[in-house]
Design a protein around this ligand. Structure first.
Ligand SMILES: [Zn+2]
Length: 481
């Protein structure tokens, strides 16, 4: 691995490192509007790859894309009591337009349930119209007090799925299916291991019956809620009159769901894999997977080296590898390496006169390790190396997460852990919001999820970690973004 060339080390100040890594990779910039963010081409390219992969997965599970307006009549938000209470503090309101005061102020969408159900009420008449499976890619505005690039910004990009179903079982299956899609995307594309489970009532989405989430543990041992999937029950359907004729001939309200992930995922990618040199892109989401750097001194060398380099780029491009040739003149190879490392490009191929003579390229992995690769069968070798880097990133992240996870912790353990290294703390929970609040006040940790069976401890804890009363479930605590 390349040595540190100027970023604040993660161990010294993770948050400073995070901002510097983003600047060095040219992913984003601060905006003239406080709390907003400019996503630069290098960052947007990662988002486009995320979108493409997720969009394919949404379509493969039967969803179709649509688009609903940015502006929502204020009265819409007020139709669902919990929803308005939850979102009111962070809503931006348009009161004037076209040079005069509006009759009804318009909310800049903080999420689109309300305006989408207004349409659903018009579109859904019979059980034959169900399930209705819609997704929207858009921007969202939530007036945040404390913002961080990608993690929490006043305006961000996301997708929101909104579906309507004839009964609770079908809606629940959808909520679970999409949580599974998010988990698969996090693990197989981002190489970010996550735990899944249900949120406590105090952490659930405003207006939902239940909220499920994927949670990843970042390198500073804080948890990132990376995606959520909500069972909305019939709450919104009743508020917006989304009724349908049942197969039996009766009238019922639909059961609905919503689910979303956002540009926050880019923050998760950075904090899962970056090192003191900068970001590391998992190959499947790397806008540039391979950079080819020709090395030469004389004109004769230059000609031979560039000829081989061009051939390598052609071959890799034909094989579907996202490859760049860095043939900039008047720039030392070391300076080029520095730039591409900071951008997190997973694989660099150096080609010098000696490599040309030997019929090879010299490969340097962003995750560490250098070795020659023969030109013969190069595309296959490169694809193999990229797959290996992707796997290594996931395995390393999972080992780190597991090493920072402790099970069956005591009250003292929990306090010490959250005052010290952080991490995922598994313990018994009585389910009482009073304990949840007391723990948050004492440790700053929140219940990230009541974990799904796969993640639970083999022996369920008998007592609540805080009050000692019988536990109703096991819960996972961590400090969170
Ligand atoms: Zn308790």
């Amino acid at each position: 691995m390349a040595e540190n060339q100027g970023l604040t080390p993660r161990a010294q100040d993770f948050s400073a490192w995070y901002n510097e890594a983003i600047m060095r990779a040219e992913l984003a910039d601060y905006s003239p509007v406080r709390g907003c963010m400019v996503i630069r081409p290098n960052g947007y390219a990662i988002w486009e790859l995320m979108q493409r992969a997720l969009d394919d997965m949404f379509k493969a599970t039967g969803h179709r894309n649509a688009y609903f307006p940015l502006f929502i009549p204020q009265s819409f938000l007020q139709k669902e009591a919990e929803h308005v209470e939850g979102f009111a503090p962070e809503v931006a309101l348009v009161t004037h337009a076209g040079g005069k005061e509006l009759e009804e102020p318009l909310v800049v969408r903080p999420t689109s349930e309300t305006i989408i159900y207004d349409s659903f009420a018009k579109w859904i008449h019979s059980y034959r119209d169900l399930p209705l499976l819609i997704n929207q890619w858009c921007n969202i505005v939530r007036w945040e007090m404390r913002t961080r690039l990608f993690l929490r910004t006043t305006e961000f990009l996301w997708q929101e799925g909104h579906t309507a179903h004839a009964d609770e079982a079908d809606a629940e299956a959808e909520v679970r299916r999409m949580l599974g899609v998010y988990r698969r995307f996090a693990e197989e594309w981002m190489a970010m291991p996550v735990i899944t489970g249900v949120k406590t009532d105090s952490e659930k989405f405003a207006g939902a019956l239940r909220t499920y989430a994927i949670e990843g543990l970042m390198q500073d041992n804080k948890s990132l809620q990376a995606g959520t999937s909500h069972a909305l029950g019939q709450n919104f359907a009743k508020a917006f009159g989304v009724q349908f004729q049942t197969a039996a001939g009766g009238l019922d309200f639909v059961w609905s769901t919503s689910w979303g992930v956002s540009t926050r995922l880019i923050g998760g990618l950075i904090m899962t894999h970056g090192d003191d040199v900068g970001i590391i892109c998992p190959p499947r989401l790397a806008p540039t997977q391979v950079v080819v750097v020709p090395i030469y001194k004389s004109d004769t060398e230059r000609e031979a080296v560039l000829q081989v380099s061009d051939g390598v780029v052609q071959e890799l491009r034909t094989a579907g590898v996202r490859v760049e040739l860095d043939a900039r003149e008047g720039m030392k190879p070391g300076a080029k390496y520095y730039e591409w490392e900071g951008r997190g490009v997973p694989l660099r191929l150096e080609i010098g006169p000696k490599d040309v003579a030997k019929g090879q390229v010299f490969a340097a992995r962003r995750t560490g390790g250098k070795a020659p690769i023969p030109l013969e069968g190069l595309a296959v070798s490169v694809q193999h190396a990229l797959a290996e880097i992707q796997r290594t990133l996931f395995d390393t992240a999972r080992e780190r997460r597991d090493a920072a996870t402790r099970r069956d912790v005591s009250k003292d353990d929990l306090i010490a852990m959250m005052a010290g290294p952080g991490g995922f703390a598994y313990a018994g929970f009585c389910g009482d919001v009073a304990c949840e609040t007391a723990i948050k006040d004492a440790t700053k940790a929140t219940v990230r999820v009541i974990p799904d069976e796969e993640f639970r401890s083999p022996t369920p804890p008998a007592r609540c970690v805080w009050c000692g009363r019988p536990a109703t479930s096991e819960a996972v605590w961590a400090k969170a973004y």
